[in-house]
Design a protein around this ligand. Structure first.
Ligand code: HEM
Length: 148
């Protein structure tokens, strides 16, 4: 039995959005250099990302990567990149798709983005759970009541 799509885009629309999005990423002042440090084969990258979205939107099998681990391992992907990435993605969705599809895909991308950005370093902080160091040092500053 095939599952109905989560969001009824066509495979051609996914390919279009992916190729237009990464064309813009490549020339983006902030995002471009982050990707340039990792991606030399853009067609292969776009193929992988298109299969990620076919899985997320159409529930197709075919993507078996781990984006969370890849972003954490990249070393130069930071939380502050996510609003830029999502704003650019929204621009492409609005340009390429009918509004209801653009809106649903955007909402899903923002949800995924929120999940992926947890655990990434905020600028100037070490990696790992964001603010854990701060939370711990704050916690250790709380006086412990002794039971008298
Ligand atoms: C909702 C937001 C995002 C989604 C859905 C997403 C999705 C993905 C996916 C599926 C991969 C491939 C992982 C694999 O190898 O299996 C990937 C790789 C990557 N992403 Fe993202 N990403 C997002 C945001 C970002 C942001 C904000 C950045 C920072 C500029 C970023 C930078 C990268 C880089 C550098 C790679 C590795 C490329 C490579 O080594 O081939 N991504 N992303």
């Amino acid at each position: 039995m095939t599952m109905p799509p989560r969001i009824p885009v066509t495979e051609a629309q996914i390919d279009l959005v992916v190729s237009e999005f990464y064309a813009r990423v490549r020339t983006h002042t902030e995002l471009g250099p982050v990707f340039a440090a990792h991606v030399s084969d853009w067609p292969a990258h776009e193929k992988k990302i298109a299969s990620f979205w076919r899985n997320a939107l159409l529930l197709h099998r075919g993507y078996d990567g781990n984006p969370m681990r890849v972003h954490q391992g990249a070393g130069n992907v930071q939380q502050r990149h996510f609003p830029l990435w999502l704003a650019l993605f929204d621009t492409v969705l609005e340009q390429e798709l009918p509004q209801p599809l653009a809106r649903s895909w955007s909402a899903l991308a923002h949800r995924i983005g929120r999940g992926l950005s947890y655990g990434l370093p905020a600028e100037g902080r070490p990696g790992g759970i964001p603010n854990l160091g701060e939370a711990l040092s704050e916690a250790s500053a709380i006086p412990v009541r002794s039971h008298e």
